[in-house]
Structure formats: structure tokens, C-alpha cells
Design a protein around this ligand. Structure first.
Ligand code: DAH
Length: 283
């Protein structure tokens, strides 16, 4: 007890000494002005593509979709064959992919996660799947070998093309503006039948024609369709009982459309002026 008390007195005395010294300004080394304001803190922010992905997923969340993810390295079965690509289908050449050896590729789209989801969760299912994809594409103003996609999938009884159109046009109006005009054009994908691409009125010229929309007045923002019965059956889902719709969209393209960004390379060049222009503080 005596020793502890002595120690306590020593510590109290040392603290008092130090306090007096600090008050005299003895802590200030010569040539340093401690009253100078500090430099502004450097803060990180979310990349524009991350912001757009989060915002899109949030809109679909409000519409009843849950976020899901899948691997970036996929087998050819998930990336192509379970999605109803025939072995000799020309899309296999068009989707020129990076092979990692064996039957493993870097996924060329997020559609393989449709298969993984349906294999794991019985319908009803409503998911949005953001993720990075890879293609042997040139690196130019409108292509990048690495890019983001957001896949969507809804499987339930009695889903029809009307649900697809209503869901996707509601998305476009919430994301762009409430008066956004959309159109659906017939298209083809092996994993959907029928298939359609959705365009929105060009956000830059409002439809009158400009270089960004190649004078058409429209910007294509996604591919979609009713899930092909063969895809459902490949996942063990009864295609007599269930139907579904799906879509895939490119958040970079959508961000470019909304913000009038002319070149996709800006997203990955890490130019601080570009990044800071769109960065929002992390909440
Ligand atoms: N996977 C297609 C692509 O990368 C996009 C797509 C089209 C996804 C239609 C879908 C869909 O789910 O239904 O080009």
C-alpha cells in the first residue's frame, strides 16, 4: 500500500510538471507554429460506377429484388451451355472470352449467376446481380475488356412479358426521370424467348439526335427477355409451372448516358480530376 501511494504521488507530480511545462510553451520545438491550421483531410469517395451500381440495385430492391453475387471465373457450362448456347453457336465466337485453362473462363456476362441462383433457391426468386465481366474487346471510347454488368432475374408462377416491361420501364423512370420515354425492340439471346432490348430517349439531346446517340435519339441500356424454358429445365425448375423474365445492363454505359461522359476509359484511368468530380463522401 505504501509503495503504491508513493508511486501515485510520483505520477501526480510528473503530470503536474508536464502540465506546467506545456503551459509555458516548452513543448513547441523551435521553428514550428503549433497554432497553424492543419492541412485539410484527404477523403476517399465512392467511384461513380459504384454509386450507379448501388443506386440501380436500390431501385430494384424497392421493387422486391434481393442482391446476389457469383464468381468471376466460371466454367463454360455456367457461362454458356446451361444458358442454352449450343456448342457451335456463333455467339461463342462473338463473346470472345479470356480462357483460364481447362473449361474455365473469365465470365463474359453476369448471366451465369442466373443458373447458380436457380440451382440454389427454389422459385419464387427475384434477384439483381452486379458484377465484373471480361471480354476480349478493344480498349476504346465505348469498349473495355473489363466492365460491370447488372443482371436481373425474376421467376414465379404467372410472370409475363407485361411484368418485364412494367418492371424495366419503372426502373428507367426512377433512375433517369419520371417523364423518361422508353421503347422495346425485338432482339435475340439464346437464354430468353422472346427477347427485347430497351432504349431510353437520349438524355443528352432529348431525342433530337446528337453524337452520343449517333443521331438516333435513343440510347440502348439493356437486353432482356422471358427466361427460355430450356434454361429453367437446366436448373431443375419446372417450366410448365414457372415462368420468368431476365435482363442484363451495363452500369458504365448507363452512367455515361446520364452524365454525358464521352469515353468509357475515363472510369479506369484513375484521373483524380475525373474521380473527384463525381466522388461522394462515403457515408
Ligand atoms: N448477357 C447478355 C449480354 O451480356 C445481356 C442479357 C440479355 C442478359 C438478356 C439477360 C437477358 O439476362 O435476359 O449481352
Amino acid at each position: 500500500g505504501g509503495a503504491a501511494n508513493a508511486l501515485k504521488r510520483d505520477i501526480e507530480a510528473a503530470i503536474a510538471d508536464r502540465e506546467r511545462a506545456l503551459k509555458r510553451g516548452a513543448a513547441q520545438p523551435a521553428g514550428v507554429d503549433l497554432t497553424m491550421p492543419a492541412r485539410a483531410e484527404w477523403r476517399g469517395g465512392l467511384h461513380l460506377v459504384t454509386q450507379v451500381v448501388d443506386e440501380i440495385c436500390e431501385i430494384f430492391h424497392e421493387l422486391g429484388f434481393t442482391r446476389a453475387v457469383g464468381p468471376e471465373a466460371e466454367t463454360e457450362r455456367y457461362n454458356f451451355y446451361a444458358l442454352n448456347f449450343p456448342k457451335d453457336h456463333p455467339a461463342l465466337d462473338a463473346q470472345d472470352s479470356f480462357h483460364l485453362g481447362g473449361d474455365v473462363v473469365l465470365r463474359t456476362h453476369t448471366s451465369p449467376v442466373q443458373i447458380r441462383t436457380l440451382e440454389t433457391y427454389p422459385p419464387p426468386v427475384r434477384v439483381v446481380i452486379p458484377g465484373r465481366c471480361y471480354r476480349r474487346d478493344p480498349f476504346d471510347a465505348s469498349h473495355s475488356p473489363v466492365f460491370e454488368q447488372i443482371e436481373g432475374l425474376a421467376v414465379d408462377d404467372r410472370l409475363t412479358f407485361v411484368d418485364l416491361k412494367a418492371t424495366l420501364s419503372t426502373f428507367a423512370r426512377r433512375f433517369f426521370s419520371s417523364d423518361t420515354v422508353v421503347r422495346f425492340r425485338p432482339s435475340y439471346f439464346p437464354f430468353t424467348e422472346p427477347s427485347a432490348e430497351m432504349d431510353v430517349r437520349c438524355q443528352i439531346c432529348r431525342g433530337s439526335g446528337c453524337p452520343s446517340c449517333k443521331q438516333t435519339g435513343w440510347m440502348e441500356i439493356l437486353g432482356s427477355g422471358m427466361v427460355h424454358p430450356a434454361v429453367l429445365e437446366n436448373c431443375g425448375v419446372d417450366s410448365e409451372k414457372y415462368t420468368g423474365f431476365a435482363w442484363g445492363m451495363g452500369p458504365e454505359r448507363i452512367a455515361m448516358t446520364r452524365h454525358g461522359i464521352p469515353d468509357i476509359r475515363l472510369f479506369s484511368e484513375s484521373d483524380v480530376r475525373f474521380l473527384a468530380h463525381f466522388a461522394t463522401p462515403i457515408r
